[in-house]
Design a protein around this ligand. Structure first.
Ligand SMILES: Nc1ncnc2c1ncn2[C@@H]1O[C@H](COP(=O)(O)OP(=O)(O)OP(=O)(O)O)[C@@H](O)[C@H]1O
Ligand SMILES: [Mg+2]
Length: 221
């Protein structure tokens, strides 16, 4: 295995319903820092399953995964592992409805003990950079879908994670807003030498990534 790889996925599989559904067979690949990677394939091929295993939202039935040299099987606290290392972006934003965009973006920094003044300024800067400065004090329900999703990207990136897992991050957006979200994710990979993995059905987005992992029925093609 290459030492430079930020992510190593080796023979990873996952079965659901006590083995009745083989969501992932044995998937192997590795990827390095600063890279953008598309995860493609038809609905049900295992993209979300694979992302959830890499982000420690779930555990594999076969194989192993290393992130930044850490074997995920040895990690007891998934929460502690993710904090500061992994950023998630989903198709639907999952913002906390009762908190403003600013508060939503500040929230991940609480887990890392970032002081309040720094939380405020970092969240405000990132929202500004995403063109959301004037919306920072609004609740998620009071801004547009594209603005909400950009704020969700800000929240995922605010701790400068080395690994970003995005599951259909543009699935719910028009092409202009979708393009904007992808540009933000690519810029993060380049600026912070992060690995950005994007599951997508959109061929243009897949083509814009550095590399592509294509799945069919839980296996690479
Ligand atoms: N919690 C679950 N319980 C049982 N089966 C599941 C579960 N989650 C996913 N599956 C099954 O595992 C397979 C892979 O699903 P997965 O969600 O990973 O696909 P996907 O590639 O993300 O699809 P889509 O493009 O529609 O999001 C599918 O057959 C799905 O029905
Ligand atoms: Mg999916």
């Amino acid at each position: 295995m290459s030492e430079a790889a930020l992510l190593q996925v080796v023979g990873v599989g996952r079965d659901y319903d006590r083995g009745a559904v083989r969501a992932l067979g044995r998937v192997t690949f590795s990827a390095g820092a600063g890279q953008t990677l598309a995860l493609t394939g038809p609905s049900g091929c295992g993209k979300s399953t694979l992302l959830s295993l890499i982000g420690l939202l779930d555990r594999p039935d076969r194989g192993h995964i290393e992130v930044l040299g850490l074997d995920l099987a040895t990690i007891r606290s998934a929460h502690a592992f993710r904090a500061g290392r992994v950023g998630f972006v989903f198709q639907f934003h999952h913002m906390v409805a009762s908190m403003t965009l600013q508060e939503n973006v500040e929230a991940p920094m609480l887990a890392l003990g970032v002081p309040r003044a720094e939380r405020r300024s970092r969240a405000a800067q990132l929202l500004d950079a995403m063109g959301l400065g004037p919306r920072a004090g609004f609740l998620p329900s009071h801004v547009s879908g594209g603005e909400r999703q950009r704020a969700a990207v800000a929240r995922a990136l605010v701790n400068r994670p080395a690994l970003v897992l995005a599951d259909e991050p543009t699935g719910n957006l028009d092409s202009r807003n979708g393009q904007c979200v992808i540009e933000l994710l690519v810029a993060h990979a380049r600026q912070h030498q992060a690995l950005v993995l994007i599951a997508t059905h959109n061929p243009e987005i897949a083509a814009a990534m550095d590399a592509r992992i294509e799945l069919r029925d839980g296996e690479r093609v």
